[in-house]
Design a protein around this ligand. Structure first.
Ligand SMILES: [Zn+2]
Length: 69
């Protein structure tokens, strides 16, 4: 099963959804996003690679925004 990694349109959380699905539910805020409207960060990720991919994306974002608040 392949997954795509998206950004939630509401909270900008990094979420994985099935590559073939038309919607995905954000694991942070519970918002149901339409995949066609959400920002697709990575596509075609194997299920075992989803957690490290999300971890990497979060780290990259943390570097780009050193002081978010
Ligand atoms: Zn969200």
């Amino acid at each position: 099963m392949k997954y795509d990694v998206f950004l939630c349109c509401k909270c900008s959380g990094v979420c994985a959804g099935r590559a073939s699905a038309t919607t995905f539910k954000c694991s942070y805020c519970g918002t149901r996003n339409r995949t066609e409207r959400a920002v697709r960060v990575v596509s075609g990720v194997e299920s075992k690679d989803v957690p490290p991919t999300i971890a990497r994306l979060k780290m990259e974002r943390a570097k780009k925004t050193p002081s978010p608040r």
